[in-house]
Design a binder for this molecule. Structure first.
Ligand SMILES: Cc1cc2nc3c(=O)[nH]c(=O)nc-3n(C[C@H](O)[C@H](O)[C@H](O)COP(=O)(O)OP(=O)(O)OC[C@H]3O[C@@H](n4cnc5c(N)ncnc54)[C@H](O)[C@@H]3O)c2cc1C
Ligand code: SF4
Length: 479
């Protein structure tokens, strides 16, 4: 058993990272696992402070100091129970949460000593629990007669499915993809999250009695109205998939592709699927000069995928500077180590080519005065043009909501100006009675951990709604 508060004598240490020269050539995760000794050591650095800011800044409110203490003391089954009590996928969040902006970025010892490696310990606790057989399918103590439908098998939908199944509902998840996981499978590359980690959760939910209806697109194969008639409550957790368009001359040239098309092709290839657009070379970076436009997590995933596919050169063009990019700084460091060149303060002016893109003409930017949101406005520097060779351009400018009222043939489904679903934030219900919403389709493009949080909250609200409805006639008759 270890004493806590060891941060004064024990340095921060992440699990070993595979050398860049090695990981450039494969899609395996880049970090190795902690062993029990290192996990306990790093957990023992926790200062057990009175107000745990890590917990406050974790969207799930994870009881981080508790599970760090239990890990330091070698009480690993209890540590897993504590971690799983608030998080349906600790093994996923431990891997891909931007911890530098969330829990670890707010660790109290971070100021003078480096933060506790919370994410890596969380991953260790969960992986160890899987290895020991402590992670069980969700089995309710009693079956309820009500059924619920969940549209979307991403993190929000899966978290809601587990919570509702635990309560005893007959849970049906509908997804237009052929695999469970949403962006965990088709967006996020293997080097951040290996696919069997997601498949393992799918198997557990399936074993626990959750019904998955894959290759079913709501709005095409089944209507929203039909699902409303079939189930007692419904959750929309469909994410956001409409790529923001780049507006500049040459955008219609060949080999100018959207980030998600590119990443889906790469992920499908890794899963062993036949992908014609990859085999034809259109969505394959091998031997090419690649320019990725954007500075978020999606852009980081594209540049690092292109490196692994064997691109000749990979550049990331972003109109702001490093300090002002939306992507995680940790990801930028990984990308740089792997050979990506970042062209900061630069924006595309035109894509040049003859049928197929050959060059990106860009101009330099500078950051001017702050706007109402407090962000410095990026402005063009006159006469600052330069050209970059490019025979594959990937646009990664973010995502917007699809037109769900139209797709679902439900004009009365209220949306915000951004096209995301409007919900009552207390009940998480949309403008349609008994129809709830969670995840990116409510928040706009966000994070896995927020999707899980919303899925859990929505499950609770759906449960209350169904119970209230079931009890209503009895209550009225009793009056
Ligand atoms: C490339 C990329 C990298 C990312 N990296 C990170 C990261 O490192 N860390 C992080 O925390 N977040 C990351 N994110 C964000 C994160 O993936 C999302 O915030 C999260 O997946 C949202 O969860 P969700 O359940 O709301 O939606 P999604 O994961 O998008 O799942 C929605 C599901 O709904 C299904 N669906 C949609 N429409 C229909 C329909 N009509 N009928 C049936 N099914 C439908 C889809 O097929 C999909 O399976 C990344 C996103 C992208 C694009
Ligand atoms: S879920 Fe994410 S933010 Fe919360 S403790 Fe885990 S890694 Fe940190």
């Amino acid at each position: 058993m270890r004493r806590l508060l060891q941060f004064v004598s024990l340095d921060q240490a992440m699990p070993a990272k595979r050398p860049a020269a090695e990981r450039r050539h494969d899609f395996r995760e880049i970090y190795r696992e902690f062993d029990a000794e290192h996990a306990a050591g790093q957990a023992s650095r926790c200062s057990q402070c009175g107000i745990p800011y890590c917990q406050v800044h974790c969207p799930l409110g994870n009881n981080i100091p508790d599970w760090l203490m239990l890990t330091a003391e070698g009480r690993l089954e209890e540590a897993y129970e504590a971690a799983a009590a608030t998080n349906n996928m600790p093994e996923v969040c431990g891997r891909i949460c931007p911890q530098d902006r969330l829990c670890e970025g707010n660790c109290v010892i971070e100021k003078d000593f480096a933060a506790v490696t919370i994410g890596s310990v969380e991953k260790y606790i969960a992986e160890n629990a899987f290895a020991q057989g402590w992670v069980k399918p969700p089995k309710p103590t009693r079956e309820l007669r009500s059924s619920v439908a969940i549209i979307g098998a991403g993190p929000a939908g899966l978290a809601a499915a587990e919570q509702l199944r635990r309560k005893g509902y007959d849970v049906h998840v509908y997804d237009r993809y052929d695999r469970v996981g949403g962006l965990l499978v088709y967006g996020i590359p293997n080097f951040k999250l290996e696919k069997q980690v997601v498949a393992r959760r799918h198997e557990l939910l399936h074993a626990g009695g959750v019904h998955f209806h894959l290759n079913v697109e709501v709005g095409r194969d089944v209507s929203l109205e039909a699902l409303r008639r079939r189930h007692d409550a419904l959750l929309i957790a469909t994410g956001v998939y409409r790529a923001r368009a780049l507006a500049c001359p040459g955008i219609g040239l060949g080999n100018v592709v959207a980030a998600l098309d590119y990443l889906i092709a790469s992920n499908r290839k890794g899963l062993g699927d036949a992908v014609a657009a990859f085999d034809s070379g259109r969505l394959n970076a091998v031997g090419k000069d690649v320019v990725v436009i954007g500075g978020g997590d999606t852009a980081m995933d594209c540049v690092r995928t292109a490196i692994r596919q064997g691109a000749r050169s990979v550049r990331c063009l972003y109109r702001r500077d490093r300090a002002n990019m939306p992507g995680s700084q940790r990801e930028v460091r990984h990308a740089e180590e792997e050979g990506v060149e970042f062209v900061w303060l630069a924006a595309p002016d035109a894509l040049l080519g003859d049928g197929v893109v050959r060059e990106v003409r860009a101009h330099r930017m500078h950051l001017g005065v702050r706007d109402a949101s407090g962000r410095q406005v990026a402005q063009i520097l006159r006469d600052s043009h330069f050209e970059l060779p490019a025979d594959l351009v990937i646009t990664a400018l973010g995502f917007e909501a699809e037109d769900l009222p139209h797709l679902f043939d439900a004009p009365e489904l209220a949306v915000t100006r951004a096209g995301t679903l409007e919900i009552d934030f207390r009940t998480m219900m949309t403008s349609l009675d008994g129809v709830f919403a969670a995840g990116d389709i409510v928040r706009g493009a966000s994070l896995v951990v927020w999707g899980i949080r919303d899925g859990r909250d929505a499950a609770e609200q759906m449960h209350r709604y169904i119970e209230a409805k079931a009890n209503a006639p009895a209550a009225i008759a009793a009056e």
